[in-house]
Ligand binder design. Structure first.
Ligand code: FUC
Length: 765
């Protein structure tokens, strides 16, 4: 792995700008609301640190605390009504088709389950009253949250972090006066069924159940003290510490979930084993291993944009001022925060990032804090490859293996098809059937879209072993489903996807544009993968025959890209979903190079949809405007996202902790924004005539970013790209190959083909 340097190196010196700023969120008062608290996470445990004084609340999550239990959601023999639903749709009887589908075709049960909070750790400092010189900071580089304040002449410091190597949450309080530290520590839970115990030996345990026949959880904490006179006593359900120089609380949590389809694990045993392993290590060792692990991912990419006096403000004030201040560097902070959040909520061995990542304090979270796959889950992973966090997709890829198993049953029972299918949601129990409502729940492209994430991982890394062993089985069976599922449209004779919908627009139809773009892209990827691997030639031949027959993208009477087969788009429709633009981003079914007329029509559709929208929709539009090579428009939308919620009429924004506001909090907008910043700086989705990726440097640089530099962005073909620019012109770029392949490098009108050996770099001036 190539070593990445911080930008405080030669790059910045040559730019005449200061070293890379400290990537941090910081505040001068404790959090009162959850959306002011700051997130830490290791992919299996997540926590929100409030940083209060005298009492600090740390609300925490464990990734498998969900309502429900293992079950199949497939509707046995739903396929019996499929021909009639299709017939009704082709006959223009949408309402009848939806009514029939609601009756006989939907998931059983109709709704999926909810992601749940686990508990809260409270640390109350004794003797702390009036507080001065208060500061709380989340250091994104180290992944450590710090609170410091003074009370009664004593300076208190608290450090909190989530260690991935040790799977523990750690909170350490120190006082600068020996023996001055006294506190009470307790664990609680918002669930109805829970119990906490304090045990001799500085131990706390919390046990609980989400429901009697479902998930049972346990959290265990160990309280360690420093200082010769420190004492820890049991006070009811609490532990009381006195006379300490420092107090450290390490805690972990686990559930009885063995896997998506089995309960029966022993959470107490898992917690004890985790804590006793960590117990052998000093605080310094646990912290150092955590920081090294976190930096190993975080330091891979960096971005430097012009800093101004506004950049120095506390984060909440900076957010409030962004609209009127000159603060281009705020976008760099949001870019790095997006990367930080992905590291915190999606790691190997954990569940993938849900609608709130891994952070949720509510028993009834919005949209159940589950997985919505008609945009949100995919958007969560948009920054992964391009910003050097490919490993964070491991959790998603593991879930795909499981979804494939449950999705095979749905493919069979609902469509009589081979392969696997996922509709617009899944949960911990890997429900894949259509939920909620026929008009938007029957949408068959979740599996196709997510399978393309595996293909993209191959394109970015050129890892053929991954392609063969991980990607191909999932892609192949996803394609197999659509190959069986597509039917001929009686009017155009094209192959169409039916029944389905253009996400949350226009109800159940035959042939939404988005589906065709996704299925076409998946088929093309499978044809290429089959040739690369020398496997499944017959399937590839069949897909080749079908791909040419899938209903094409078409331009409608308003000059727009049609969202459906019929030219029924309403130019006044400003709905948040822009599904038919999938082919522009994240797909590349429509490009300025290959399909300029469709590209122009897609641009027109985006203009009709407008700028203001929910958080994630603006995140998508930043990426789309970057693909339309319009950096200023991308920046306008990004700027509408980087403001306090409520600033732009009808739009999302951010909470004081820079969580994206749909509203309410939904993490996809954070990831859409981070990916959008990267997409403005480098693109690599096009290919040249030989099939080599085109690395397009600064394709959508906004005027607001006159000067800047980035390091470590990734391009397809296995390249790492660094660049700097001055007065809006590329000053220098360095392209390093990890895979030893060829690329066409493009900046403005200048193009050059480079072929590099693995590890070799090429400078561009
Ligand atoms: C879809 C979107 C909503 C929200 C939800 C989780 O229903 O239309 O805006 O993102 O998913």
């Amino acid at each position: 792995m190539r070593k990445t340097l911080c930008l405080g190196c030669a790059l910045c010196v040559s730019l005449g700008v200061a070293a890379e700023p400290p990537w941090r969120l910081w505040y001068q008062k404790p959090a009162e609301k959850w959306t002011e608290a700051l997130p830490i996470g290791n992919g299996t445990l997540g926590a929100m640190v409030f940083g209060g004084a005298p009492e600090c609340r740390i609300q925490f999550n464990e990734h498998t605390v969900w309502t429900g239990f293992p079950r199949s959601y497939a509707h046995t023999n739903a396929v019996a009504v499929l021909p009639e639903i299709r017939r009704l749709l082709f006959a223009g009887q949408q309402k009848e088709a939806e009514a029939l589908a609601m009756r006989d075709f939907m998931s059983v049960p109709l709704h999926q389950e909810k992601y749940q909070p686990c508990g809260d750790l409270f640390v109350s400092l004794t003797g702390v009253t009036a507080v001065t010189n208060y500061n709380r900071t989340l250091d994104l580089c180290e992944g450590v949250h710090t609170v410091a304040f003074t009370s009664a002449g004593v300076r208190y410091t608290q450090e909190t972090f989530a260690s991935h190597p040790d799977n523990v949450l750690v909170h350490r309080v120190t006082a600068d006066k020996p023996g001055a530290l006294a506190c009470e520590v307790r664990l609680t839970s918002p669930h109805a069924l829970w119990r906490a115990r304090a045990l001799p030996g500085g131990r706390l345990a919390l046990t609980g159940k989400v429901q009697t026949n479902g998930v049972a959880f346990e959290a265990q904490a160990v309280v360690r003290t420093e200082g010769g006179h420190a004492r820890v006593t049991v006070e009811g359900e609490r532990l009381a510490v006195s006379g300490a120089d420092a107090v450290e609380i390490r805690w972990t949590a686990a559930t009885n979930v063995k896997s998506w389809n089995a309960l029966g694990a022993d959470p107490a045993a898992v917690c004890s084993a985790t804590l006793s392993k960590a117990d052998k290590k000093s605080y310094t060792a646990v912290r150092a291993e955590h920081v090294a692990d976190h930096k190993g991912l975080f330091d891979r990419a960096s971005l430097r944009l012009p800093r101004t006096p506004a950049s120095e403000k506390p984060t909440d004030e900076r957010l409030l001022a962004f609209r009127t201040a000159d603060d281009p560097d705020f976008a760099a902070l949001v870019f790095q925060y997006g990367r930080y959040l992905l590291i915190g909520c999606s790691r190997s061995g954990g569940q993938p990032a849900n609608l709130q990542g891994i952070w949720n304090d509510s028993l009834t979270p919005p949209w159940d804090s589950k997985y919505t796959c008609n945009i949100n889950t995919e958007m969560n992973y948009w920054p992964a490859e391009v910003t050097g966090l490919a490993e964070c997709q491991d959790a998603l890829f593991a879930a795909l293996d499981e979804l494939m198993v449950s999705g095979r049953i749905t493919a069979r029972e609902h469509y009589g098809a081979r392969g696997w299918v996922l509709h617009h949601n899944f949960d911990l129990w890997r429900g894949t059937a259509p939920i909620n409502n026929a008009n938007h729940g029957i949408w068959v492209s979740g599996s196709g879209w997510l399978a393309l994430h595996l293909w993209e991982h191959y394109l970015f890394t050129q890892d053929k072993t991954f392609l063969r062993e991980r990607a191909w089985p999932v892609m192949r069976e996803a394609a197999l489903f659509y190959s069986d599922f597509l039917v001929e449209d009686p009017v155009t004779h094209a192959l169409v996807s039916t029944p389905s919908n253009s996400p949350e627009q226009g109800g159940l139809v035959a042939g939404p544009t988005m589906d065709h773009q996704i299925i076409r892209s998946l088929f093309r990827a499978c044809i290429e993968a089959s040739a690369l691997l020398g496997e499944d030639k017959d399937l590839a031949a069949r897909l080749r025959g079908q791909v040419a027959r899938i209903a094409p993208n078409t331009i409608g009477r308003h000059g727009q890209l049609q969202e459906w087969m019929a030219d029924t788009d309403d130019p006044k429709n400003q709905h948040r979903h822009v599904s038919h633009l999938w082919g522009v981003y994240p797909g590349c079914d429509i490009t300025w190079q290959e399909t300029p007329e469709l590209f122009a029509a897609a641009r027109q559709s985006l203009l009709f949809r407008g700028d203001a929208a929910t958080g994630w929709s603006m995140g998508w539009k930043v990426n789309l405007w970057a693909r339309f090579l319009d950096g200023d428009h991308a920046y306008t939308i990004l700027s509408n996202l980087l403001v306090p919620l409520g600033t732009v009429k009808g739009a999302g924004g951010m909470y004081p902790n820079l969580f994206d506001a749909h509203p309410p909090f939904q993490i996809d907008g954070n990831f859409g924004a981070a990916a959008g910043v990267a997409e403005m700086l480098v693109q690599s989705h096009l290919r040249d005539a030989s099939g080599a990726p085109v690395i397009h440097l600064l394709p959508a640089l906004p005027k607001a970013w006159r000067t800047g530099a980035f390091k470590g962005l990734r391009a397809r073909g296995g390249f790492v790209v660094d660049a700097e620019w001055r007065e809006s012109k590329l000053a220098r770029a360095e392209i390093t190959s990890l895979a030893g392949t060829t690329a066409r490098v493009k900046y403005g009108d200048r193009e050059e083909t480079i072929t590099l050996k693995p590890g070799e770099s090429r400078r561009w001036k």
